[in-house]
Design a protein around this ligand. Structure first.
Ligand code: ADP
Ligand code: MG
Length: 598
């Protein structure tokens, strides 16, 4: 008796393998375009009919193929792009698996016309269901034209699996759009059922982004750029109110390849923390460049996913670049007053559309000047390296003379209203700051910085304070002791449930240290239920919340100026660590409108 196992016939094997590479018309289009780009095309023409189900044609003016190569190209694992295993570690082309043409040829009727620059005649190859039906010499333009007819004609299951015409067409359009974004120096033409969908001349990256998103949307974007030795990023991100309801407007390119990467997407999303309305997603078009040796694109046949050697570093890099970009642009929420009918304030936040104006925000001040103002508050107090320290008592010490001077020179008009809000005139209108959350943001960032630099800034108490704690709190203090010390607390356990406070963070007002410690522990407990927060972040938030000046605290002019100056030195001045807005801006235009001065 003969065995039951046999090797699959190659046409059958190819049909099976085709399913991985070519799932739908859009995946065939993607593979064909990648081939055109790898061939150095300067212009690419894509045509589909019936959402790509009956016809897909991709024409390029790239290097073309010889007659021999043109038939060879349809064999599985036939490629000109890599040859030795080491090449796989350093992939510089979009394709490399040698599977696309074989896969497409196995499940459709393909006609390939191609000619190289140094040949006068070209080659025509006709393939149908994995069989070469014809190979002849013909006259044709330099470059390559591949026409794919009746995709999945011999795999009805696949064909039936396709989604609606509309969905498949959208997928196809998405592929061409991504490619056009990634390759602005190539001209693109894209036609669907005879209708021209895209017709793009070669241009700069910026020009291409504008072509794709439109002029109006482009004005809502902010440029991003950063280069380090290992990685570079550039592109555009949307202002927070330009956010989307879904993730379709998120374009991430890695070394010229559109990729999907949850970690990086999340890093961008995270950078927008609290700036987005719940359930919305930031718009972005970002290009990352890293050494090909640091990545593995051979994870999936579609090459959509990529493995990074050091994903967590990349995550932090993207997070900090996007955060900084958002912080340095004028994203102050401004209030749009309600229309006459409703009479109520419209809570919708709008973000200034103009370029950042250094004079518009009082916080955009001379850093040197700020550091000159920072000086020891009293003997033995560590100088906080992050700038002057806002304190309530005594007011004169907070911002020494020259600040008062410069405030007067700046002609800054600033008032405290209801001991709660700071109202100030800015170039574009007025700005209202919530004093508690503003201070909270400042203290939070200092706390995080202390953790990161491990440089506690503390002040020695003249009269150490003894605090009785519950057994639970006492245990918590012991757990958190190293972190509390980094924050600037100097705590000495004394007996079972007693602790002596010998020093407190430099920013905490003397006199309320007991209460602050107690409140901080309570707050820490409350936050602990949120599974996501880590101990240090929780501690920083709790500390900031409890040590910050409160609504009801009176502030002097110098204190208000100090507070606002420091607020705008934080990375995210517009939202407090809990996500509440810190600043509200009302533009002159808005005021003019309200007073009928139009
Ligand atoms: P891969 O791109 O992974 O090498 P493909 O099956 O997509 O595999 O293509 C096989 C080979 O055919 C390529 O390596 C390339 O040499 C050649 N080829 C395919 N398309 C083109 C094209 N548009 N222009 C020039 N050469 C092409
Ligand atoms: Mg290819």
């Amino acid at each position: 008796m003969t065995g039951k196992i046999h090797i699959l016939r190659s046409d059958l094997a190819n049909k099976i393998a085709a399913g991985e590479v070519v799932q739908r018309p859009a995946s065939a289009i993607k593979e064909l375009i990648e081939n055109s780009l790898d061939a150095g095309a300067a212009s690419v023409f894509v045509r589909i009919e019936d959402a790509g189900k009956t016809v897909i044609q991709v024409v390029d003016d790239g290097e073309g193929m010889s007659e021999e190569d043109a038939t060879m190209a349809f064999r599985r694992h036939a490629t000109s792009k890599i040859s030795v295993p080491e090449d796989l570690e350093n992939i510089q082309t979009l394709g490399f698996r040698g599977e696309a043409l074989a896969s497409i040829g196995a499940v459709s009727q393909v006609e390939l016309k191609t000619r190289t620059a140094h040949e006068d005649v070209g080659t025509l190859v006709r393939v149908e269901g994995d069989e070469i039906k014809e190979a002849t010499r013909i006259a044709c333009d330099r470059g390559t034209s591949v026409t794919v007819r009746n995709l999945f004609y011999n795999t009805p299951a696949r064909r039936n699996f396709l989604k609606s015409q509309q969905t498949e067409r959208k997928q196809a359009t998405d592929v061409v759009t991504r490619m056009a974004l990634a390759y602005p120096n190539v001209s693109w033409k894209y036609e669907s059922d005879g209708e021209i969908m895209l017709n793009l001349a070669r241009t700069s990256f910026e020009g291409r982004v504008q072509d794709i998103v439109g002029k109006k949307a482009f004005d809502q974007l902010v440029p991003v750029r950063e280069t380090t030795e290992y990685v570079s990023i550039d592109g555009f991100i949307g202002r927070p109110d330009f956010a989307r309801r879904n993730r379709t407007d998120q374009f991430l390119f890695l070394n010229g390849r559109f990729i999907v990467n949850r970690a990086i997407n999340h890093a961008v999303f995270q950078a927008y923390e609290h700036l987005l309305i719940k359930g919305s997603f930031p718009f972005f078009i970002l290009r990352l460049r890293v050494d090909p040796r640091q990545i593995d694109v051979n994870v999936h046949p579609s090459k959509l996913e990529v493995k990074f050697e050091n994903e967590s570093n990349l995550y932090r890099f993207v997070l900090s670049v996007i955060r900084r970009t958002l912080a340095t642009h004028d994203l102050v929420p401004s209030v749009e007053m309600a229309d006459a009918e409703s009479g109520a304030m419209n809570a919708r936040l709008r973000f200034g559309g103009q370029a950042p104006d250094p004079m518009a925000i009082p916080g955009q001040i001379d850093l040197d000047q700020l550091f000159r103002r920072a000086r020891p508050l009293q003997e033995g107090v560590a100088v906080n390296s992050f700038g002057p320290i806002v304190r309530r008592e005594p007011a004169e010490r907070i911002v020494p003379q020259e600040a008062e001077h410069s405030a007067a020179q700046d002609g800054r008009a600033i008032w405290q209203v209801h001991n709660k809000y700071i109202l100030s005139q800015i170039k574009t209108g007025i700005m209202i700051v919530d004093q508690h959350v503003a201070h909270e943001r400042i203290l939070y960032e200092r706390a995080i910085a202390s953790f990161e630099n491990n440089l506690p800034a503390s002040q020695q108490l003249l009269f150490p304070q003894t605090v009785e704690l519950t057994p639970g709190d006492s245990a918590l203090v012991r757990d958190l002791l190293p972190h509390l010390e980094t924050l600037g607390f100097v705590l000495k356990p004394f007996g079972r449930n007693t602790v002596v406070i010998e020093g407190i963070p430099a920013d905490v007002r003397v006199g309320s240290e007991r209460k602050i410690l107690q409140d901080l522990l309570d707050e820490y407990r409350n936050n602990e239920h949120h599974a996501t927060v880590d101990a240090r972040d929780n501690l920083a938030k709790s500390f900031a919340c409890k040590a910050a000046i409160k609504a009801g605290d009176r502030l002097s002019v110098q204190e208000m100026i100090g507070l606002i100056d420091q607020l705008f030195l934080t990375t995210m001045p517009y939202v407090c660590p809990h996500g509440r807005p810190v600043v509200v801006k009302i533009s002159l235009e808005e005021l003019d409108k309200r007073f009928g001065r139009t």
